[in-house]
Design a protein around this ligand. Sequence first.
Ligand SMILES: [Zn+2]
Length: 382
Amino acid sequence: MVCIKNAKVVLEGGIIWDGVVLVDGDRIVAAGEAGAVEIPAGAEIVDANGAYVGPGFVDIHVHGGNGYSFNKDPYEAAEHFLAHGETTILGTFYFDLGRDEYIAAAERVREAMNRGGAGDALAGIYMEGPYMNPKYGSNPQGNKWKGDICAEDYEAIVDSFGDIVRMWAIAPEREGLVPFMQYVKKVNPEAGFAFGHCEANAEEIRKVKKYGLITQTHCMDATNSVSKWFGVRGNGPDETCLADPEIYAELISDSLGVHVNSDNQRLILKAKGVDRVVLISDSVVSDEKAPDDLAHVKDLVFDSNGWLGGSKLTMDAACRNIMHHTNCGIAQAFLMASRNPAKVLGMYDEIGSIEEGKRANLVFVDDMFNVKKVMLNGKFVG
Ligand SMILES: [Zn+2]
């Protein structure tokens, strides 16, 4: 039994300023005010030194970081993000991989998931593709999925690793998506869909919603609104996401607001509410040089065209950034970084909040979201 005391415990309903969390094995067994939680004799006492103790971050969309991609080195990539408090991670591939490369990459992820240690933070794969709109996103010339949607391709992919893919990003305007979506759900009923890298209108998005559409892939990033009438704003992916009360909005919050500028971050938070925004890192590994005017920004990644190609964020930094851009508080940042993504994954009964019976996945941070300690399944990391 471990007793974490002297902690500002971040619960879903608010913060307990002088709180205690009890952990037994890999589970949280109690959380509450100091004095109100009975501490069993013989419990190992851990002093949080006044840190905020919140539910571990859930990063559903992350390609890699610190030189390690989830495609090539998933275990090492997971170690990097786990050290930043990410206790649940979906490794994400790039859309310049072909069918056999996807299958080989997924095999590496599966091995990492079964290896224990940092591999326990890997909850599966977020497939950013293959059926998105190649017009949107970085490195469009590298996209191998511009042709017709072909059952032989997707059946090979889904049969090989559909069981560990928890999210598939699609462009709803593409022809022939429905049989693919149905096949995905047949193999893995728990998988969900995101719409992204697209210019679909509201009608096209709603047409596929019933097949399992849950979230928008990085809202206001790699999208376009195509209007039927000149001079009239269209209702494309961003507008549809903002207007739909059920769909979640993934948000990349970099330090300068380059992926999504400050005004738009505030707009997303206002329209969706704190219950429907999901922070993601969308962190990418790249050696390409930044354009001169952005060379001083440390958390952005560019492709060989000099186009924005993702971030170098981790979720602790994303929390810090969204507080800066939107003025939200620490407890709200935790909802967007831990609880909401857990709900998107259908894993909320296990993770995403500090509650009796849930997995003991915890992150200790100061008031600037600097990570002090991380606990994964009841064990401190590092
Ligand atoms: Zn993307």
